[in-house]
Design a protein around this ligand. Structure first.
Ligand code: UDP
Length: 473
């Protein structure tokens, strides 16, 4: 067998810490195999920038990874965008020049791995004759849908937003209601839908997809991709499921010590607490917070709730956003955290019995690796599609009814909490979760599907070296 040479890989995340974190976990995978990794971080000069501070924090936690900030000119600051994703696209396009210059200056680059929004960076890789791969940090089911959409949407009877409950069929995934499609796609006449469709069409230009998932979890979607069903008439690059790559559960000892909510969990009985957390951005209106509070109160279960103030409410404390007296009445069995809790660590705590989640993919994976059943409450982006995968395909969660309407009622929150914590249906979920947790752990072990897939990917990289020769830098 040929000996694998040490590779230098450049990872290229999209804007924001949410995209950077999974890339850092991917970087660790390369490092563990003895390869060199540089993460090139786009740094636009405005408030959305991944700040030097955030990067320094990550760099000090992972000293073996080299981080480089790529400055980009101020871009789109005064322009009005119909969707925030369009702004991100503009910034990333503007960053291509800096990426090109940066890669040219490196003595060697064996591969460029870009995230799902950095599609136009494929041009940079092509110019330098570097093999390019995507790191797809969402469900493989989402990848199957996205690759198929350019073929599907033009022939659909109308925009998804006008199709409501109509059920759509994509290869390898359960039926999806039109209203559950990723939010950028709802209006096919919109600029953002046209732009994303253009990008989905380009994605198969990459040499392969590294997916943050594992074979057992999404075998049907993987089969559909591997059999070319998602890109009719065109071959689909190989999909390497190398996950689940999630934040380490153990962050204690890092700056600030152990979070108070973990101390509180220590004092709670096993599997007795409902944990509610809605990603890095999720917020609710004050009336919706009130319904959640009443639902939790009526359920009688213990809870740990990460609360953010409604966008219009600027108070320091979250208390004014919650029903009067709620905190006092539930003080003996509830713990409210403002804005941010160490989610990965919380989920791994033995006291947590259910996870109310917005279905961001990292949250879904963290729920699975911790063996905690989910109550899905999707909010934006591709989270409604993830809800479909979690509930209908993976069967590791249930959904709250009414998330697509203005408000989810307290009675529904109460009902779903009761269902998951103590019911026949809940029993089935609770039985399935330890199996999913074990499959996730097995996938990553030596000889497991994800470990093998990563080796296959590395072999492909090795083959590239001979195909591409010494790249043109
Ligand atoms: N997260 C956390 N504490 C919070 C909220 C979020 O640690 O209070 C972490 C969570 O563990 C996950 C990430 O932030 O790793 C959120 O990523 P996800 O893909 O779930 O959702 P997004 O924030 O991108 O919508």
């Amino acid at each position: 067998m040929a000996v694998m040479t040490r590779k230098t890989v450049v990872l290229y995340p999209s804007l924001g810490v949410g995209h950077l974190n999974p890339m850092v976990e991917l970087a660790k995978l390369f490092l563990r195999r003895g390869h060199a990794v540089v993460i090139a971080v786009v740094n636009p000069p405005d408030k959305d920038a991944v700040t030097a501070h955030a990067m320094a924090r990550l760099a000090s936690a992972s000293p073996d990874i080299t981080f480089r900030l790529l400055p980009v000119p101020s871009c789109g600051k005064d322009k009005h965008y119909s969707h925030s994703v369009l702004r991100t696209m503009d910034v990333l396009r503007a960053a291509n020049a800096a990426l090109l210059e940066f890669l040219r200056a490196l003595p060697v680059v064996d591969a460029l791995v870009v995230d799902m929004f950095c599609v136009d960076a494929l041009d940079v890789a092509a110019e330098l004759a570097i093999p390019a791969y995507f790191f797809f940090a969402s469900a493989v089911g989402d990848l199957a849908v996205m690759l198929h959409l350019p073929y599907y949407y033009p022939t659909a009877p109308s925009s998804f937003k006008d199709m409501g409950e109509a059920v759509l069929h994509f290869p390898g995934v359960p039926p999806i209601r039109a209203l559950d499609m990723t939010t950028t796609m709802l209006d096919r006449e919109s600029e953002v839908a046209k732009e994303r469709l253009r990008q989905y069409m380009r994605m198969p230009e990459a040499r392969g997809f590294l997916a943050n998932s594992f074979d057992w979890l999404e075998s049907r979607a993987l089969d559909a991709l591997r059999h070319g069903l998602c890109t009719p008439g065109r071959s689909t690059p190989p999909v390497y499921c190398i996950g689940p790559l999630v934040l380490p559960g153990q962050t204690a000892g890092s700056a600030g010590g152990r979070h108070a909510c973990l101390e509180w969990l220590d004092a709670q009985p096993e599997r007795s607490v409902v944990f509610l957390c809605f990603g890095s951005l999720g917020t609710f209106s004050a009336p919706q917070l009130g319904e959640v509070a009443r639902g939790l109160q009526k359920s009688g279960y213990r809870f740990l709730w990460v609360v953010r103030n409604p966008p219009e409410q600027k108070d320091e404390s979250v208390e004014p956003a919650l029903p009067e007296g709620f905190l006092e009445k539930t003080a003996d069995r509830g713990f409210v955290v403002k804005n941010w809790a160490p989610q990965a660590e919380v989920l791994q705590h033995r006291a947590v019995g259910a996870f109310v989640t917005h279905c961001g993919w990292n949250s879904v994976l963290e729920g699975i690796v911790s063996g905690v059943p989910m109550i899905c409450w999707p909010l934006y982006a591709e989270q409604r599609m993830n809800k479909v995968h979690v509930v209908d395909e993976m069967k590791v969660g249930v959904a709250v009814e009414g998330y697509e309407e203005e408000i989810v009622k307290a009675e529904e929150v109460e009902a779903k909490v009761r269902l998951v914590m103590a019911s026949e249906e809940g029993n089935k979920l609770r039985e399935r979760l330890p199996a999913a947790k074990k499959m996730a752990a097995d996938a990553l072990k030596e000889g497991g599907s994800s470990a093998v897939a990563f080796e296959e990917f590395l072999r492909d990289l090795e083959n590239c070296s001979s195909e591409f020769g010494k790249n043109s830098m």
